[in-house]
Design a protein around this ligand. Structure first.
Ligand code: SF4
Length: 446
């Protein structure tokens, strides 16, 4: 019996008109960055968009007229228009001329604009395609931000259709990445989550092109980008890093406290035979030894990964290799998917589809092994003092946050008691860990 094929939905398209000063442009870029990290695409024309955002300027009467005209064009060309920016501070002026606009928000109200977009055209989430978790589809709070360094992918993993949907790797020039990072940090972001389909391949397509940055030349290369990001004074967390040999180079940056001691490496499997069927990049052989070396250099290193169980052709022996890898590698955080046949993925043609009940059984056994490992690793944190970034504080002594080991939305939390009332979102404080369960930690500020 073969599993039903999974349709991948098409990303909604946003039109963006940005008027006014450089500050308004920065706002537009922030909105676009957020929407892009949530899986939205952009349209160069009003007609091709599902909704159009007009970021207005209201500084002079002539600028107001220009803004009203731009809104009029968008209504004519598309009909579904969200207005933001300086003119949004006086909504009646817009409503009196253009009563049909869907929403009006004021300057720097990124959250409201993005929420209005969610309402007008809900994002489509697909765990096989999206980089940001479903729970992360709300606008990220101001203290952390996703920073996308490239689009597309040069690999051809057989279970994945991203290269078909999004094309080959297109890396952003490194000064664009660094400029955006610096802007985000200047706007109060305390933690940057670096995302792409294949973060360690960054720059391959543009031959590691150099860009001028702060009087120096920086290469569009994984290590060089990490080194420059490490100078920004914010937490830098690396996601979707494939275990190419040059990943070893960033371990010293972690040891020096420049970037977070955290690696999100989607191993997907550990049996060389299954990995070959998956056509995965990176070499899994000796990876457990490499992980040991990384941990010798950076004892607090956290490794998160994802795996697929029940891939076509996976035998019980392959699965046992995977379980043994979990026991050897002692990964901190792990997610697992049961294989799903995505429409258009070459893996559907591979012989030996695994029956659903076997997939479920392997999934349950996988999770049982890993939960024990994750829980034991959390227990070792009891009694330690860790840096914790505050996600929410109620002003009455309660708060929660995350240690360097926890990415937002996908990892655990640190729940706090007796927090000083002036501690607020985005603060980074020292916390004595008093307790742990399977996922989360509990502690008190010191
Ligand atoms: S590395 Fe593989 S799984 Fe990841 S996007 Fe590229 S082809 Fe897909």
């Amino acid at each position: 019996m073969s599993a039903p094929l999974k349709e991948v939905k098409v990303a909604p398209k946003i039109g963006m008109v940005s008027l006014g000063c450089p500050k308004a442009l920065v706002d537009s870029e922030r909105i676009m960055t957020q929407l892009r990290s949530e899986g939205y695409d952009f349209s160069a024309t009003h007609e091709g968009a599902d909704v159009v955002i007009v970021n207005t300027c209201g500084f002079l009467d002539s600028a107001k007229e220009e803004s009203l005209a731009a809104i009029g064009d968008a209504i004519q060309g598309n009909g579904r228009v969200i207005v933001t920016g300086c003119m949004g501070a006086e909504p009646e002026q817009i409503e009196s001329v253009h009563p049909s606009v869907l929403a009006i928000t004021g300057p720097q109200q990124y959250e409201d604009v993005v929420n209005a977009v969610h309402k007008a055209v809900p994002p489509v989430h697909d765990p096989f395609v999206d980089l940001v978790p479903e729970q992360g589809l709300r606008l990220t709070p101001r203290h952390y931000a996703y920073l996308k360094i490239s689009e597309g992918c040069n690999n051809r993993c057989t279970f994945c259709i991203i290269p078909k949907l999004r094309g080959d790797l297109v890396s952003r020039p490194v000064h664009h990445v660094l400029f955006e990072a610096e802007k985000l940090a200047a706007n109060g972001v305390k933690e940057l989550l670096i995302i792409s389909q294949d973060t360690s391949a960054y720059g391959v397509d543009i031959k590691y092109a150099e860009s001028p940055w702060k009087g120096k030349r920086v290469k569009a290369k994984f290590y060089d980008m990490c080194e420059a990001l490490g100078e920004m004074g914010v937490w830098v967390r690396l996601h979707y890093v494939y275990p190419y040999p040059h990943v070893d180079d960033v371990i010293p940056l972690m040891a020096a406290g420049k970037i977070l001691p955290y690696l999100d490496i989607p191993f997907q499997h550990a049996s060389p035979r299954v990995l070959k069927l998956m056509k995965r990049p990176g070499n899994i052989e000796k990876i457990a030894d490499r992980i040991k070396k990384w941990r010798e250099a950076v004892p607090e290193l956290t490794i998160r990964s994802t795996f697929i169980v029940g891939f076509p052709g996976e035998t019980e022996e392959d699965f046992e290799i995977l379980l043994q890898f979990l026991r050897d590698a002692q990964l901190d955080r792990v997610g697992a998917f049961k294989y799903e046949a995505v429409k258009g993925a070459p893996a559907n043609e591979i012989e030996g589809a695994v029956p659903e009940e076997v997939k479920q059984d392997r999934y349950d056994r996988f999770m049982a092994v890993q939960q024990e490992i994750s829980a034991a690793r959390l227990q070792t944190k009891i009694g330690k003092t860790l840096k914790v970034i505050i996600d929410e504080a109620d002003g009455e002594g309660g708060a929660d946050g995350r240690s360097m080991a926890d990415a937002p939305e996908i990892d655990g939390k640190v729940f706090l008691r007796d927090v000083p009332v002036d501690v607020k979102q985005g603060d980074i404080i020292d916390v004595l860990i008093e307790d742990a369960d399977e996922y989360d930690l509990f502690g008190v500020p010191v």
